[in-house]
Every structure is written in C-alpha cells, then in structure tokens.
Design a protein around this ligand. Structure first.
Ligand SMILES: Nc1ncnc2c1ncn2[C@@H]1O[C@H](COP(=O)(O)OP(=O)(O)OP(=O)(O)O)[C@@H](O)[C@H]1O
Length: 236
C-alpha cells in the first residue's frame, strides 16, 4: 500500500518557484531516498510535505490530500520531520527533548517504554540524559533529533541530511541505528542524504531531482547500476 504520494508538486519561497514538478511515492513501511545536487530542491520537498512552504500539486498521505495543511496538523497525522540542522531544543535536557517529542501522547507507560527504547538505540544518550541539548556533540544532537521524532510514534519519518557535519564513523553508526529503527518499528522513511552510500544502505528505492523536478526513480539496485548515478553520487 502507498502511504505517501506526491504528484507534480511545486513550491515557492515568496515569488521564487524552486520546485517545478516533484513526483514520488513511499510505500507503507518502505524507505525512499531523494538524491540531487545542491539546490535541487530536496529539503524543500520535505518542507512541502510537512507544510512549511507554499505548495501546489498533489500530496496524498494515507488516502487524504494534506497539501497546504498546517505543520502541526501534518505532525498530528503521524508525519515527523527531522530537519537539516537537527532542531533539538538546546535549553532542554535530553530527557525533556524526548518528552517534548511525545507531547501529543497520553499513554504514560508507552512513553516510558519508548524513552527506554531510544536510549537502547542510542546508548550515548543514556549518559547524557540530564545534559542540555546544547551541550551535546553534533552526533549526539542528531541522535536526539531522531529519537525525539520517534517519540511521536510517527508512521512516516522525513529525514534531512542526518550525516551532515558528522565524522564518518559517527555518521555510519547513526545510519546503523536508523536501519535498526526501521526494521524494528516499521516506520516508513523519506530520506534526503548527500552521502549516497549511506542513503543506499537504508533505502529500497530513490528519486533523483534536478532543478526542482523528478527526473528519475528506481530501486536502489537499479540506480546503483547506472553509470551516471555512480559518477554523480557514488564517486565511481
Ligand atoms: N528559505 C528560502 N528562501 C528562498 N530560497 C530558498 C530558501 N530555501 C531554499 N531556497 C532555494 O531553493 C532552492 C532549493 O533549495 P533546497 O534547500 O530545497 O535544495 P537541496 O536540494 O536541499 O539542496 P542542499 O543540499 O543545498 O540543501 C535553492 O535554489 C535554494 O537557494
């Protein structure tokens, strides 16, 4: 079953149109990547879904058109966005950040269980549980941002450049945790990732954007076998 479908999505910042026709679909429980050069519109595509940029076209999630919906309503439908730059709350502790992620939930027991799960998924956070978000390393902040998104128990996770600015070993372990989260939770994922090797370690298929338009979609295996993809994204 298709969980999310974008058809001919356009988006503008003020008078400047930056998406001219993005189409992609994410199966329920699937993981899909968005590839593209700097400025191709990857981040804006995620913003179009979460309702933080003005959009046209069709964005259908779980059978309903969510285009133009307010971000808080989109979130309440089960879409969690981990933005580029992470967006953890620096003045709150790790524990408080996790609780903020669960703000719409009422199941206290489930929340406590899920906090334990996050700390098992990201053991570094366990030692930092009373530290402020601002005191964490870049890698720990990224882990916290993902964990906080999980705390809302989303059906779809929008993940923007989770490896940005991290040392290669840290980026790798963050992606290992995301793969585990995917396997254990079944959350569908739409993933923007500059490091295509990391992206392909997680996603089943990907869409390639060029100047705000979808130009190619294929399974990870198909795309990795294409010369132009290897040259542009895989360094080979
Ligand atoms: N807030 C904004 N106001 C105006 N223009 C913007 C804004 N954010 C992005 N843009 C422009 O929109 C275009 C698409 O940007 P976007 O960030 O979606 O691309 P991207 O593929 O995610 O690239 P990157 O990898 O560099 O983040 C770019 O030309 C960018 O300069």
């Amino acid at each position: 079953m298709t969980l999310l479908e974008l058809e001919g999505v356009t988006a503008s910042y003020g008078p400047v149109q930056v998406l001219g026709g993005v189409s992609l679909s994410v199966p329920d429980g699937g993981a899909v990547g968005i590839l593209g050069a700097n400025g191709a519109g990857k981040t804006t595509t995620l913003r179009a879904i979460s309702g933080t940029v003005r959009t046209g076209g069709r964005i259908v999630y779980d059978g309903r058109d969510i285009r133009g919906m307010r971000p808080d309503r989109v979130a309440a439908l089960g879409i969690a966005h981990v933005p580029e730059g992470r967006g953890t709350l620096g003045a709150l502790t790790v524990h408080e950040n996790l609780r903020v992620g669960a703000y719409l939930r009422k199941d206290r027991k489930g929340i406590a269980t899920d906090i334990d799960y996050c700390l098992a998924l990201f053991p570094q956070l366990q030692n930092r549980i009373r530290s402020n978000g601002s005191a964490l390393s870049g890698g720990e902040q990224q882990m916290l941002a993902i964990a906080r998104a999980f705390m809302s128990r989303p059906r779809l996770l929008l993940l923007d450049e989770a490896s940005l600015g991290l040392a290669p070993g840290t980026a790798k372990s963050v992606y290992e945790a995301i793969r585990r989260l995917r396997k254990e939770s079944g959350i569908a994922m739409l993933v923007v990732e500059q490091n295509a090797n990391l992206a392909f370690s997680l996603v089943d298929s990907a869409t390639v954007l060029e100047t705000g338009r979808t130009v190619l979609t294929g399974s990870s295996a198909e795309l990795k076998g294409m010369d132009e993809i290897r040259r542009a994204y895989l360094g080979g």
